[in-house]
Design a protein around this ligand. Structure first.
Ligand code: UT7
Length: 322
């Protein structure tokens, strides 16, 4: 028998306040034309009072549990990917655990910025396949609006807030055709000054603001994503022609287009949400996945490829049959 982590349900949550490019252009020296042409972004959601990484994560987790038909007490593991935790500690995952009413389970955060959800899924999958746990909630949740420098137009127009979650569960089968078939993760810390936050508890004792050399990140993103996608497809013994849906990290529509071209994948097979959510870092892949599940694009049996690249640099990809 082959034990795999299968996708049981997805959920997501967005802040109440939607902010269009035009609204942003009232306070930032930018324009709707520039943002749309360079990034594909038209809208983002920004957290307001009472909305935090933990509250968004909790709402996304509840929706995913409902979709999975499980109760909170069925959950053995919560892995939450974020670069914007509610507090330095405890882990935001434990705040979500308490909010869900789970008395005892494993709960921790993963910090891999925009690739955080891929890292979190891979860790949860390893723990499920090893037999350590049976059911896991994996969450990507961010409130990047709180670490943006609103005076820096080269970064503040690019990001938004939100959360996405999946419930993964163990399934034993003869053929192992369903669930997470392969995943690959990478990091290269030599580039950590191209995308970082200029503060932290052990250095400045402040939270800091996001800093990015966008053009250089862009170049690395296209190269690294193409290479990890080739690697993960080979590991799953699949070819790009087998892909039903590419669910990418939503940093820039031009990166998504370039990645699809490199894979010779039709643009209609790429789930694109950057126009409505902007870049929500670790939340972007599960937000896009939840959207494509709920609008009926993703059907049972479909082959999905998830990918992301971000600060660190970190990057990764995962092949999943629904
Ligand atoms: O999620 C983690 C991964 N992150 C990414 O993958 C982000 C990757 N990078 C990018 O998406 C793009 O590099 C950006 C969208 C950040 C920037 O696009 P670009 O085409 O590389 O623009 P640029 O930085 O070369 O800037 C072009 C011009 C500059 O003006 P000059 O020097 O040509 O006169 C900028 O000052 O655009 C100007 N500019 C703006 N203009 C209006 C920069 N930001 C803005 C703005 N509004 N918000």
């Amino acid at each position: 028998m082959i034990r795999r982590s299968v996708l049981l349900g997805t959920g997501s949550a967005l802040p109440v306040r939607a902010v269009s490019n035009a609204e942003l252009a009232q306070t930032v020296d930018t324009s709707d034309e520039w943002i749309v042409e360079r990034t594909g972004i038209r809208n983002r959601y920004l957290a307001g009072e009472g909305e935090t990484t933990a509250t968004l994560a909790t709402d996304a987790a509840k929706a995913a549990l409902e979709a999975a038909g499980l109760s909170a007490q069925d959950i053995d593991l919560i892995v939450l990917a974020t670069a914007t935790p509610d507090q330095t500690f405890p882990a935001t995952a434990t705040i979500v655990q308490a909010a869900l009413g789970i008395d005892d389970c494993v709960a921790f955060d993963v910090a891999a910025v925009c690739s955080g959800f891929l890292y979190a899924v891979t860790v949860a999958d390893s723990m499920i396949r090893s037999g350590a746990v049976r059911n896991a909630i994996v969450i990507g949740s961010e409130t990047f609006s709180r670490i943006l420098d609103w005076e820096d137009r080269t970064t503040c127009v690019l990001f938004g807030d939100g959360a996405g979650a999946v419930v993964l569960g163990a399934e034993e089968s003869e053929d192992g055709q369903r669930g997470i078939l392969a995943s690959k993760l990478h990091a290269d810390g030599r580039h950590n000054q191209l995308l970082y936050v200029d503060g932290g508890p052990s250095t400045t004792q402040t939270v800091g603001k996001l800093r990015m050399k966008g053009q250089e990140v862009f170049r690395h993103a296209v190269t690294n994503l193409a290479s990890v996608l080739t690697e993960v497809m080979a590991a799953a013994d699949m070819s790009p022609a087998d892909i039903d849906w590419l669910v990418p990290h939503q940093a820039n529509a031009r990166i998504l287009d370039a990645t699809a071209r490199k894979l010779k994948l039709a643009p209609e097979k790429v789930v694109m949400t950057v126009d409505r959510h902007a870049n929500t870092s670790a939340a972007s892949v599960p937000l896009a996945l939840d959207l494509a599940m709920r609008d009926g694009r993703v059907q049972p049996g479909d082959l999905l490829v998830l990918e992301a690249m971000g600060g660190g640099f970190t990057w990764g990809a995962c092949v999943l049959r629904v």
